[in-house]
Write a protein that binds this ligand. Sequence first.
Ligand SMILES: Cc1cc2nc3c(=O)[nH]c(=O)nc-3n(C[C@H](O)[C@H](O)[C@H](O)COP(=O)(O)O)c2cc1C
Length: 172
Amino acid sequence: MNAFDDLLGKRRSIRRFRPDPVPEAALDAILAAVQTGPSAGHLQAFRVVVVRDPGTRARLQAAALNQDSVGHAPLVLVFCADGPTSAVKYGARGEALYAVQDATIACTLAWLKAVDLGLSGVWVGAFHEAAVAQVLDLPRGVRPVALLPLGFADELPPPRTSRPRSDLVIER
Ligand SMILES: Cc1cc2nc3c(=O)[nH]c(=O)nc-3n(C[C@H](O)[C@H](O)[C@H](O)COP(=O)(O)O)c2cc1C
């Protein structure tokens, strides 16, 4: 297995975290990784909100079906689609699709870089969008699409398998 395969294997959803903070250098490296990603027209039509404040994390937890991972992780990154930025060049498709893709690529890169640095996290998609936007006072048109609680793991993930490749791949 090469280093990349090893990284892919290590990335699992972790929902319990030790209280230790995420080092600032790690956060900086994660954000640098995010900046390397592809985006439609290289517009980088996404925003990342960095949330360390426990009160804000508690309010995000409430907006995310009360999921403990959100309130208890020492750091939560909130990936947002910046629809208006993509719409300038790509109109409705940019607003509805490309900006969301830009944001979700950014979240994926952040998660993988975090794992590369010995951190763990979980992609949280179940939340009330308007409530998260209000907690974070997001600019108009900037939509939260994924929360990424990050920290040092305090649990081992259970084994899991993939659906068979034949379910996932369509050949034509
Ligand atoms: C779009 C998306 C939304 C998800 N939403 C949640 C969520 O709200 N809460 C949660 O605990 N996990 C969430 N997950 C994590 C999945 O449950 C997890 O990735 C899946 O069970 C596979 O496990 P693994 O990440 O350990 O490989 C989400 C994952 C994705 C990609």
